[in-house]
Design a protein around this ligand. Structure first.
Ligand code: RIB
Ligand code: CA
Length: 301
C-alpha cells in the first residue's frame, strides 16, 4: 500500500531530484506539486516543476501555484546557488503544460486526508497558509539545522526566508519531522556518484548535469564536502524508506529575531520535555541513500 504524498517545493536543483525520486518510488503516490518562491521566483519555480515532470512524461501530475513572497518578510531568492533559471545546467525545454487554475492552498486543502503526508522542501509560506484551512496528519520538511546554518551561520535557507511561517508550522501541534542540514550534509553525492548517474540513462544524464552546476556552489562554499548535499531528496526518502534515517523526538523553536533570524533551536537531548509531535533527523545511511537515488533515477531509463 503506497503512501500518498503532496510535495510543496521551490525547484531548485535538489527539489527537482526530490520530485524524480518521489515519482520513481513505489512506496509513494505523488498526488501533486505546489510551488513557492524560494530558490528562484515563483514564476521560475513553477516553470521548473512543470519541466521536471515533463522530462519524465509525467505532465499528468497537477501543479498548483502558491506564494510569491513570505508571510511578512521581503522575498529572497538563491540565484547564486541555482542560477538565473533556478535549474541552470541541463538544457531543459520550457514547459509545454500549465499549472492548474486552483491556488496552492485550496489545492492542498482539498487533498489533505487521513494518511496523506505533506512533504515541504521550500520556504514554508504555503504550509503556514494551509493550516488555516486543513491539518495534514504529518509534515516532513527539509529545513533548519541543529548546528550551523547555510544562509547565515545561524539559519538554513528555507527557514530563514520565512521564519514566521516556519514558527507557525512548528507550533501547530501537527506531527512534524525536520530534515535539517545536520543530516543532509551527510547525504552528499560526490564526483563518483555524479559519473554513475551520468551513465544510467537519459534522465540520469540530466540529473548529473544538474549536479555539475549545483556542485560549483558547494565546492566553493563547502570544500570539506565531496560534492553536493541532496537536501530535498532526503525528505522524500524519509517517507519512502524511513529505516535509512536516525529519527529522534525533539522540541524545535524558531528564532524570529534579526541576528539569528530563522535559527531552529532544536532540543533533542532532553533538556526539556520533547514536543510529542516534533521529530528531528540526526543521521542517515548515506551509502544506502545514494544507492537508492541512483537506482530510482536509473529506473526512468
Ligand atoms: O537549505 C537547503 C534548502 O533550501 C533546499 O530545500 C534547497 O532547495 C533550498 O530550498
Ligand atoms: Ca528546496
Amino acid at each position: 500500500m503506497s503512501i500518498p504524498i503532496l510535495l510543496d517545493c521551490d525547484p531548485g536543483h535538489d527539489d527537482a531530484i526530490a520530485i524524480l525520486l518521489a515519482l520513481a518510488s513505489p512506496e509513494l503516490e505523488l498526488l501533486g506539486l505546489t510551488t513557492v518562491a524560494g530558490n528562484q521566483t515563483l514564476e521560475k519555480t513553477t516553470a521548473n516543476a512543470l519541466r521536471v515532470l515533463e522530462l519524465v512524461g509525467r505532465g499528468d501530475v497537477p501543479v498548483a501555484v502558491g506564494a510569491d513572497r513570505p508571510l511578512v518578510r521581503e522575498r529572497e531568492i538563491a540565484a547564486d546557488v541555482h542560477g538565473d533559471t533556478g535549474l541552470d545546467g541541463p538544457d531543459l525545454p520550457p514547459p509545454r503544460g500549465e499549472p492548474v487554475a486552483q491556488a496552492a492552498v485550496e489545492f492542498l486543502a482539498e487533498r489533505i486526508a487521513p494518511g496523506v503526508v505533506l512533504v515541504a522542501t521550500g520556504p514554508l509560506t504555503n504550509v503556514a497558509h494551509l493550516l488555516d484551512h486543513a491539518r495534514p496528519d504529518r509534515i516532513v520538511l527539509m529545513g533548519g539545522a541543529i548546528g550551523e546554518g547555510n544562509r547565515t551561520p545561524a539559519a538554513e535557507f528555507n527557514i530563514w526566508v520565512d521564519p514566521e511561517a516556519a514558527a507557525r508550522v512548528f507550533a501547530s501541534g501537527i506531527d512534524v519531522t525536520m530534515i535539517g542540514l545536520d543530516v543532509t550534509h551527510q547525504a552528499v553525492v560526490g564526483s563518483a556518484g555524479v559519473e554513475e548517474l551520468r551513465g544510467v540513462g537519459r534522465v540520469g544524464s540530466v540529473v548529473a548535469e544538474l549536479l555539475d552546476f549545483y556542485g560549483r556552489f558547494h565546492r566553493r562554499r563547502y570544500p570539506d564536502l565531496d560534492g553536493s548535499p541532496l537536501h530535498d531528496p532526503v525528505a522524500v526518502a524519509t517517507v519512502a524508506r524511513p529505516e535509512l534515517l536516525d529519527l529522534r523526538p525533539a522540541r524545535v523553536a524558531v528564532d524570529l529575531g534579526e541576528q539569528s533570524r530563522g535559527r531552529t533551536n532544536v532540543d533533542w537531548r532532553g533538556r526539556g520535555a520533547p514536543d510529542p509531535n516534533h521529530t528531528v533527523a540526526l543521521g542517515i545511511d548515506a551509502d544506502a541513500f545514494r544507492r537508492l537515488v541512483v537506482e530510482r533515477i536509473a529506473s526512468f531509463g
